[in-house]
Design a protein around this ligand. Structure first.
Ligand code: SF4
Ligand code: SF4
Length: 360
């Protein structure tokens, strides 16, 4: 059974909030056209038609900018078209949203169509309200309220948290708060400096990368020993690696993959971090999915050189790391220090044991 997934940007880089560190806003500002607009019905039709021809099991993941800016009508149209065209396909829906506009209609829609909802929350109120604003207004109370609705309706969800340098002093508070709220699935995403820079006021340094995960691991491991398991995507990936399985997150083994990012106008890019003019693979209106996957631009993207640390050559983890994701590794290492190496040195045996079912 052939599987495929699409990361769709129905509202391009448009958003209804203005978070301090938004990476997609940075990427989009480096293109000739910042916003490719709201995806038209024509583009939806052709995308669904080609996706269903290409595979039997398909994940449609919506992201932004902020995907809900395209409006509920867009999503209703999308799922109706899939129903109309699909045969024996297995379809999964995922959305990553800032959660700002999730009223009862959105919640019912997600419930009805079994969406997995990734909702952005940056820790506790103090941190979140500093980072994630609408205009000058804090958003924590609104987003928390919407998360409660999602929980009450038993919709599958996970929490997406951007790790900023401002968080490092508050790891314990954030972890305890998430436990209190009953969050079971958490994805932490390191804040990156803008593409043209190596650091800024929010992004991590390799030292802060280590410090964050060092603290988080201690808290997580103590709970694990008590039989309380919380799914943290970075730790799950490491557990999979130390059990000899493929991790879920792109780049954890240091290799790029063509991810099929679909912008509002149907143009396609290989990776969310590289939705730039020079990496455009083509357009869903003009090429087949296979042509897009096999394009010269895609091959060039996969073969592009990346930076390594001077430490990589002698590193005991080089065979499972390979210098990590070429975009994210800016916060993993420099030439004199690797935060990922430091973290693995103190935890790899524990991850190995946990993978073998030996805890404590
Ligand atoms: S840059 Fe990173 S996320 Fe993008 S394809 Fe490469 S490894 Fe994956
Ligand atoms: S852990 Fe760090 S030093 Fe080791 S191979 Fe990976 S990036 Fe290089």
């Amino acid at each position: 059974m052939k599987k495929s997934s699409y990361l769709i940007k129905p509202a391009s880089s448009l958003c209804n909030m203005n978070c301090q560190y938004c990476f997609y806003s940075d990427v989009s500002h480096l293109r000739k056209i910042y916003s490719k607009g709201i995806m038209s019905k024509d583009t939806v039709n052709i995308l669904i038609e080609k996706a269903l021809q290409d595979a039997d099991e398909i994940t449609f993941a919506f992201q932004g900018g902020e995907p809900t800016v395209a409006g509920l009508d867009y999503f209703q149209y999308f799922v109706e078209k899939v129903k109309q065209y699909q045969k024996k396909h297995i379809i999964h829906y995922v959305i990553q949203t800032n959660g700002y506009c999730l009223d009862d209609e959105w919640i019912s829609f997600f419930k009805e169509h079994d969406f997995l909802v990734g909702i952005s929350l940056d820790g506790n109120q103090m941190i979140h309200d500093k980072m994630r604003k609408k205009g000058n207004h804090p958003t924590f109370d609104i987003i928390s309220d919407h998360i409660k609705k999602i929980q009450d309706h038993h919709i599958q969800y996970n929490i997406l948290t951007v790790i900023t340098s401002q968080m490092i002093q508050h790891v314990n508070d954030i972890y305890e708060y998430y436990k209190k709220e009953g969050f079971q699935y958490i994805q932490f995403i390191p804040c990156l400096p803008e593409l043209d820079y190596s650091t800024d006021g929010y992004s991590l340094t390799p030292q802060l990368f280590y410090e964050f995960y060092h603290q988080l691991f201690s808290l997580w491991y103590e709970d694990l020993k008590k039989g309380q398991y919380i799914s943290i995507s970075f730790f799950e990936d490491l557990l999979m690696i130390f059990q000899g399985q493929y991790p879920r997150t792109c780049g954890m083994l240091g290799q790029c993959h063509i991810q099929l990012i679909i912008e509002g106008d149907g143009s396609i890019y290989p990776c969310d971090f590289y939705a730039l003019d020079e990496y455009c693979l083509g357009n869903i209106h003009h090429q087949t999915i296979e042509e897009l996957r096999q394009s010269i631009q895609g091959k060039n993207f996969l073969q592009q050189q990346k930076r390594y640390s001077k430490l990589c050559h002698q590193c005991q983890f080089k065979n499972i790391c390979h210098g990590q994701c070429k975009r994210m590794n800016i916060v993993y290492f420099d030439d004199s220090y690797c935060g990922y190496q430091a973290f693995l040195q103190e935890t790899y045996q524990l991850f190995y044991q946990i993978g073998q079912g030996k805890i404590g």
